[in-house]
Each structure stands twice: as structure tokens, then as C-alpha cells.
Write a protein that binds this ligand. Sequence first.
Ligand SMILES: Nc1nc2c(ncn2[C@@H]2O[C@H](COP(=O)(O)OP(=O)(O)OP(=O)(O)O)[C@@H](O)[C@H]2O)c(=O)[nH]1
Ligand SMILES: [Mg+2]
Length: 228
Amino acid sequence: MKNIKEKISIVIPTLNEEKNLPILFSNLRKSLNGRRYEIIIADGYSTDRTIEIAKRYGAKVLFDNKGKGSAIKKGVSSARYDTVVIMDADCSNLPDEMVSLIKTINNGYDICMGSRFTNGGFSEDISWYRKIGNKFFIHLVNFFWKTNYTDLCYGYRCFAKSSFEKLHLKSDGFGIETELSIKVAKKKLKFIEIPSFEKKRRYGEGKLKTMKHGFEILMVILNELLTN
Ligand SMILES: Nc1nc2c(ncn2[C@@H]2O[C@H](COP(=O)(O)OP(=O)(O)OP(=O)(O)O)[C@@H](O)[C@H]2O)c(=O)[nH]1
Ligand SMILES: [Mg+2]
């Protein structure tokens, strides 16, 4: 009998990623050869051909107008399988790393976070000022919640859907990964980081605005400090 955890739901938030999707879908097919998986595109009402392309490749498409975090939550809640991967659409995350992410869940972890800053990880995509911001937030989180995270604001992750649902995440935007990391520590879930190589966005423009979304992430940390 096939192990049920071999089946994977891949949730990908998208906003105008028409040029990246064909490359991503074809790389996913190569990397996951032989595995059963579904792709869920959680789209923020793209105005380009993102939806047409996603449907052409057989992905399930959902819509959400609140932001990346909200789209991810919707995508995860519609996942058919208990092992869920979240990743970006811009070809920054390598599908070849997915098997290592999934293995950790098969081995009993609740969540596995890709890390660009642990031994063996790297980013071609992060600017020096975002790196400083990320480091500052990591130190805050590690200090307050006694964790040893080496990365925080990185969206290549795998988890058991049932564990994700226990966290009742509130963030609708780019604070979702930070809230997830903090709540995993608060709830004492079993987590692990593995090295990840973040490539440069292949096509199109990044949607993250450093100051605006940096502030959003800081608010997530403060809010988690003030609540149980
Ligand atoms: N549904 C939805 N997806 C979004 C939204 N904003 C960004 N995304 C998607 O979320 C993922 C991460 O966004 P990016 O713009 O790549 O953010 P980033 O990687 O920090 O920025 P770059 O390094 O410039 O690429 C991508 O797949 C985006 O298409 C949104 O408002 N709604
Ligand atoms: Mg990106």
C-alpha cells in the first residue's frame, strides 16, 4: 500500500507570475516524478495570464484579495493531502529540495522550514538591507521564544496540514512566515530547519516592499509578545 504521506499538496501564492509559472510547473514535474501531488494556486487576482497558465497545467485555482498570507491560508485549507508544501511562484525556490522537506514530515516533524542562512543554505536574491532586517527579527524571535532559528521570513516550508491548522494564523500579508515560526515555538510543535538555496526571482517584479512589510513583520512579533 502506498504511504499516504507520499501525497503532497503544493500551495503557491501568486500575483502576476505568468512568465514564471511554466518554468516552475515543469521543474516540479521533473523533481516530483513518481509522486502523487496537487498544485493549488492561491491567486491575488492577477491581471496577466497567470490563471490561464495555471489551469492549463492542471492546477487548482483559488482567489483571494487580502494578501500573500491570506492566500496561503485559503490554499492550505483546501489542500486534499496532509503533507503540504508552501513555496513562491517566482522560481526562487528549488523543487529539487522538496523531497528533503517532505522527508522530515514523514519522519514525524510537524513543520520543516527552509533556511538560507544555515550551513549549506544561500540566497542570491536577498539585498543587504533585507538581510539586516531579517537578522534583527531572527534575534528578537530567538531571544523571546528561546529558539535557534537561522531564518524567519522565508516562504519555502513543509508541514502537516493538521499542525498548521492548530496555529490559527492571523496574518494576511508577508508576516505569515514569522507568525508561523513564533506560534510553532509557543505551541511546542516539533520543527526543523534544513538548508535552502534561494535563487533570484526569474521574471517580473517582487511584491515585497522592504519598509512597509518590515513594519508588518515587526507588528506580528510585538503582537505575539502581547498575546498567549
Ligand atoms: N495571492 C497573493 N500572492 C502574492 C501577493 N503578493 C505576493 N504574492 C506572491 O507571493 C510570493 C512571494 O512574493 P515575492 O514578490 O516573490 O516576494 P519576495 O520573494 O520577498 O520578493 P522578491 O525577492 O523581490 O521576489 C510570489 O509567488 C508572489 O507572486 C498577494 O498580495 N497575493
Ligand atoms: Mg520572490
